[in-house]
Design a protein around this ligand. Structure first.
Ligand SMILES: [Zn+2]
Length: 144
């Protein structure tokens, strides 16, 4: 099960959809979320992870306490928390949820006209979207 939440960045101009794998970490473990417009000048690797201009800052000590409690052996580094999906983008990038919703809305008229074409378009447009994310350097897209 995955609890999904929307979180605004520090400056409030942008937001991201996040997912918490197994609901293991509470959302407050992400102490700060910065968009490309409000990101700090330098990154503290011990607590922060940068992804295409966005920066996620974690409370790694508290995350470590949750991991220890649940018997997760990997150290609670920002890389591990993000890559293992314990507090990470929902989908592959901050705006994926909205992209997906817009895509479904745009193609919806096709459902009654040609269901096969609808499904095919949905798939091919999403594949193209993921390819764009990958080319842009988004971290989670690299693994696809
Ligand atoms: Zn911001």
């Amino acid at each position: 099960m995955c609890m999904n939440l929307r979180r605004f960045c520090s400056c409030g101009r942008n937001s991201a959809y996040l997912s918490c794998r197994d609901n293991l970490l509470p959302a407050e473990i992400l102490v700060n979320l910065f968009c490309p417009e409000c990101r700090p000048g330098s990154i503290t690797a011990a607590t922060m992870l940068a992804d295409c201009g966005w920066v996620l800052e974690y409370d790694v000590d508290r995350a470590q306490a949750y991991f220890t409690l649940k018997g997760i052996r990997s150290p609670a580094t920002p890389d591990f928390i993000f890559d293992a999906g314990y507090l990470s983008w929902q989908g592959l990038a901050p705006g994926d949820q909205e992209v997906n919703t817009r895509l479904h809305q745009r193609l919806a008229p096709l459902i009654e006209q040609d269901l096969a074409l609808y499904l095919q378009s949905l798939r091919s447009e999403w594949v193209a979207h993921v390819a764009r994310l990958k080319a842009a350097g988004w971290r989670k897209a690299q693994a696809t």
